[in-house]
Design a protein around this ligand. Structure first.
Ligand code: SF4
Length: 377
C-alpha cells in the first residue's frame, strides 16, 4: 500500500476541489506544555459537495475549521501546512488577505448562535453589516438583502423579524439567522461546526435540510463538523473521521458506512442505535476517554482504547505510529491490522455481511439514528 495525499489525489479527479488542506498542524502553548491540537490533517472538498468531519470532542475538528478560517491567533499558536482556497494559499497569507476572504469566499456557522450574534444589535443590522463589510452597498440595500436572506432561510414574517433582537428569536430561528449571515455574500465554502447540537430533533432536521437546499442553490462546498455519525449518512458525500488531531479513516460516505475498517470508526458506528436490531441489544460504547492533546499516546493514538490491539504482533500498536494508507480506491485507513482482518472485525461488530443490501440497512439505520437524535457521545 502507498502513502496517500488525499487532497492532491482528489485534485486530479474531475471535481476540482475548492478547498484543499495539506498536512495541517496546529499547536498551542499552555502552562502544562504544548497542546497538539491538529497533527497533519489533509482533505479536500469540491463545490456542491459535503465533507463531514466526525470525531469526539477534543479530536481537533473545530481547531481545523478555525485554522482554515484564519481564526487562530498566530501570535500565540503555531499553524503549519497548506490551506488552498480557490487557488490561494492561506497559511502563508497575511491577516488582511484572509480577512477579505472570510465572509466573502468562506463562512462559518458556529455551534451556539447566541454567543455568535451580538445581543445588543437587531438581527437585520447584523446581517446588513456582514454584507456591507465586503460589498459597497447602501444601508437600505443591505436591509433589503437581510430581509431576503431571512425569507430564504425560512424565518416567518421576515420584514418584521428583521428588527428583532437575538433574544426575541427561538434557538432554531437564531441558527437560521446565523446561516443567513454566513450565506449573505454567497461564499463558495461554508463550514458548519456542530450546527444542530443545541437544537431539538425536529429543528435539527430542518436546519440540515436548509443547509442542503441552500448548498444546491449556491453550489457551495460544505464542511459539516459533528460528533454524530448518525446525522452524516444522509447529507455527506465524503466522511473524514478524526481522532487525537489526526484523520484516522476517510472515504466516500457509502464506503465508510458499508465497509468501515478503523476500529475507532467501528466504535462510533457501534454506538449508534440501529433500527434493524432488537431493542434489547445493548449499545457498545468505546471504553475510556480521548487522550489529552498534551500527551498523545505512543504508537497508534487509539491503542489505549482499542480492543483489537493484541491482534497486531510485536506490540506494534503501542510502539509504531500507523500511516494513513489507501485500503481501496478513495478509502484511507490508519491501522496496523491487515485489511482482511479489519473487514472480518467490522463484519462481526456491525453484522455487516458485505454487499449493497446490507450497506443500505446500515445507512438507513444511521439515518434513523439521526431522526432519533442519537449521538455517539
Ligand atoms: Fe487498534 Fe492497533 Fe489498529 Fe490502532 S493500529 S486501531 S490500536 S489495531
Amino acid at each position: 500500500m502507498r502513502q496517500p495525499d488525499i487532497a492532491r489525489q482528489t485534485e486530479k479527479s474531475a471535481e476540482e476541489p475548492y478547498l484543499s488542506v495539506h498536512d495541517l498542524v496546529v499547536k498551542f502553548p499552555s502552562e502544562d506544555g504544548v497542546v497538539n491540537a491538529v497533527e497533519g490533517v489533509s482533505f479536500s472538498v469540491a463545490r456542491g459537495k459535503t465533507l463531514a468531519v466526525v470525531g469526539e470532542s477534543g479530536s481537533g475538528k473545530s481547531v481545523t475549521a478555525l485554522a482554515i478560517m484564519g481564526l487562530i491567533n498566530r501570535k500565540s499558536a503555531t499553524v503549519k501546512g497548506e490551506v488552498w482556497l480557490d487557488g490561494q494559499e492561506l497559511v502563508d497569507s497575511n491577516d488582511n488577505q484572509v480577512r477579505k476572504l472570510r465572509g466573502s469566499k468562506m463562512a462559518m456557522i458556529f455551534q451556539d448562535p447566541m454567543s455568535s450574534l451580538h445581543p445588543f444589535y437587531r438581527v437585520g443590522a447584523q446581517l446588513g453589516e456582514a454584507a456591507r463589510v465586503h460589498r459597497k452597498i447602501s444601508k437600505a440595500a443591505a436591509r433589503a438583502e437581510a430581509i431576503e436572506m431571512l425569507s430564504r432561510v425560512g424565518i416567518p414574517a421576515p420584514k418584521r423579524r428583521v428588527d428583532d433582537y437575538p433574544h426575541q428569536l427561538s434557538g432554531g430561528m437564531r441558527q437560521r439567522v446565523m446561516i443567513a449571515m454566513a450565506l449573505i455574500n454567497s461564499p463558495a465554502l461554508l463550514i458548519a461546526d456542530e450546527p444542530t447540537t443545541a437544537l431539538d430533533v425536529t429543528v435539527q432536521a430542518q436546519i440540515l435540510d436548509l443547509i442542503a437546499k441552500l448548498q444546491s442553490e449556491f453550489n457551495t462546498a460544505v464542511i459539516l463538523i459533528t460528533h454524530d455519525l448518525g446525522i452524516v449518512a444522509d447529507v455527506a458525500d465524503d466522511v473524514a473521521v478524526m481522532y487525537a488531531g489526526r484523520v484516522v479513516e476517510s472515504a466516500p460516505t457509502s464506503k465508510l458506512y458499508g465497509n468501515p475498517e478503523m476500529p475507532y470508526t467501528l466504535g462510533l458506528l457501534s454506538s449508534i442505535p440501529r433500527m434493524d436490531r432488537e431493542r434489547t441489544d445493548r449499545l457498545d460504547p468505546i471504553p475510556g476517554n480521548p487522550p489529552s492533546p498534551l500527551r498523545h499516546p505512543s504508537g497508534c493514538v487509539f491503542h489505549p482504547r482499542c480492543k483489537y490491539k493484541e491482534m497486531v504482533p510485536n506490540n506494534a500498536c503501542a510502539e509504531v505510529r500507523p500511516d494513513l494508507l489507501e485500503a481501496e480506491p478513495a478509502h484511507f485507513v490508519r491501522c496496523h491490522l491487515p485489511v482482511e482482518t479489519r473487514k472480518k472485525i467490522a463484519s462481526e461488530a456491525l453484522n455487516v455481511s458485505g454487499g449493497g443490501a446490507t450497506l443500505g440497512g446500515t445507512v438507513s439505520a444511521a439515518a434513523a439514528a439521526a431522526a432519533a437524535a442519537a449521538s455517539v457521545q
